[in-house]
Design a protein around this ligand. Structure first.
Ligand code: NAD
Length: 336
C-alpha cells in the first residue's frame, strides 16, 4: 500500500518513514529540502534496507502537486508533515508561514480528495492549547488565541480539514496534536538536524555538551512548578512516529467513528527543564554547562497531555522514557 509522506526527510517525517517501511508500506516522500538534507534518505535506507521513492518538490507549487498526484493515483494515505516550524521566525515573517503552511495543506488536501481512497493525517501541535486552564490537557480543552503565526497556522490547518470533512464524507482525516518531540532513532542514523540555532531544548543541550554551543540558558527558575522551571510533555520521536502508523491503520481499517478526529500524542507526564538536564547528565555521563537566565516572554508554564483518548480509542501508548530519548539524542549528536 502506497503512502505519501510530505516533509518525509524532516525530523519527525524521517522517523515515520522508517516505521511505515518496517510495517511493509511503500513510501513516497515529497520534500523540498528547505529544512532537511538529502543524506537523510541514506539513513532511512541503512535502517530499513529500503529506499523510499523521493520527489524533490515544493508543495507551494500547485501545478507540480497536481502533476505528482496524477502520477500516483494509488496512494491510500497521506501524512502531511511539510511546514515551516520556527515560532520566532514566524513572528518576524508571518506571510512566509501562512503561505507555506496553509497553501501546501490546501493543495495536498485538494489532490487527496481526487484520489480513490482519501485518508489524511495532519501534524498539529499542543501549541493550539496555549496555557491550558486544566492539566493534563484533554483534546476537548478550549483552543486559545494563538501566540504566534506558526501556532495560528496549526489552528487554521485543523479548521480547514474539519470544514472539508463536513462536506466530503469520502475524506477520512486525523489531526495528531504532538506535545514535545525529542530523541532520535536508536541506530543514530537519523535524528533532529536543526539548521542554525536550535529552537528546542534538547538539541541545544546536546550541542552544548558537544562543544558547539558555549552554554545553555534555562529561561526562568521561579515559575510555580516544583523546581521552578517550565514543564513539558517530552515524547520520544520513535513513539510519535509509531502513532502515525497506528492512526493510518485506523483510517485504512475504517475504524474511525467520525470522518475527522483529533488525538493528543504525548506521554501524559510532564518533565521540567531541570529534569531534562539531569536525565541528560545521567545517561551521557557529561556535566552540562548551563546558567539560569530571566524568563522568556510567551513561555507557557506547564503543558502535558491527557493521553486517555489516544491510549483507548486510537490504541497507541508511548513506551520509551525520557532517559531513552536523551540517550538516543546524545548518540545522534555524537554521530554528527
Ligand atoms: N518538532 C516539533 O517540535 C513539532 C511539534 C509539533 C508539531 N510539529 C509539526 O510537525 C511537522 C514536522 O515537524 P519536524 O520537526 O519534523 O520539522 P522539519 O522541519 O524537520 O520537517 C519538515 C520538512 O518539511 C519540508 N518542507 C517544508 N516546507 C515544504 C514545502 N513547501 N514543500 C516540500 N517540503 C517542505 C522541510 O524541508 C522538512 O524536511 C511540522 O508540520 C511541524 O509544524 C513539530
Amino acid at each position: 500500500m502506497k503512502v505519501l509522506v510530505t516533509g518525509g526527510l524532516g525530523f519527525i517525517g524521517s522517523h515515520t518513514v522508517v516505521e511505515l517501511q518496517n510495517e511493509g508500506f511503500e513510501v513516497v516522500i515529497i520534500d523540498d529540502l528547505s529544512n532537511s538534507s538529502i543524506r537523510v534518505l541514506e539513513g532511512i535506507t541503512a535502517i530499513t534496507g529500503k529506499t523510499p521513492i523521493f520527489e524533490q518538490l515544493d508543495l507551494k507549487e500547485k501545478d507540480k502537486v497536481e502533476h505528482f498526484f496524477s502520477q500516483h493515483k494509488d496512494i491510500v494515505g497521506s501524512i502531511h508533515f511539510a511546514a515551516s516550524k520556527a515560532v520566532g521566525e514566524s513572528v518576524e515573517r508571518p506571510l512566509l508561514y501562512y503561505e507555506n503552511n496553509i497553501n501546501t495543506l490546501v493543495y495536498v488536501l485538494k489532490s487527496v480528495l481526487n484520489l480513490k481512497v482519501s485518508n489524511f493525517i495532519f501534524s498539529s501541535s499542543c501549541t493550539v492549547y496555549g496555557q491550558a486552564d486544566e492539566l493534563p490537557i484533554l483534546e476537548s480543552a478550549p483552543i486559545k488565541a494563538a501566540e504566534s503565526p506558526y501556532g495560528n497556522t496549526k489552528q487554521i490547518g485543523e479548521e480547514i480539514i474539519r470544514d472539508v470533512c463536513k462536506v466530503s464524507p469520502s475524506l477520512n482525516a486525523i489531526s495528531l496534536r504532538y506535545f514535545n518531540p525529542i530523541g532520535a532513532h536508536e541506530s543514530a542514523k537519523i535524528g533532529e538536524l536543526p539548521i542554525g540555532m536550535p529552537q528546542n531544548l534538547v538539541p541545544f543541550i546536546t550541542q552544548t555538551a558537544a562543544g558547539s554551543r558555549a552554554q545553555l540558558s534555562v529561561f526562568g527558575n521561579d515559575y510555580p512548578t516544583p523546581d521552578g522551571t517550565c514543564i513539558r510533555d517530552y515524547i520520544h520521536v520513535v513513539d510519535l512516529a509509531k502513532a502515525h502508523v497506528v492512526a493510518l491503520q485506523r483510517l485504512l481499517d475504517k475504524k474511525n467513528k467520525e470522518n475527522y478526529d483529533v488525538f493528543n500524542i504525548g506521554t501524559g507526564k510532564g518533565s521540567s527543564v531541570m529534569e531534562v538536564i539531569k536525565s541528560f547528565e545521567k545517561v551521557s555521563g557529561q556535566k552540562l554547562n548551563y546558567r539560569i537566565a530571566p524568563r522568556r516572554t510567551g513561555d507557557v508554564i506547564q503543558a502535558y497531555a491527557d493521553t486517555s483518548k489516544s491510549n483507548t480509542e486510537l490504541g497507541w501508548k508511548a513506551e520509551l522514557t525520557l532517559d531513552d530519548a536523551m540517550l538516543s539524542a546524545w548518540k545522534w549528536q555524537k554521530s554528527l
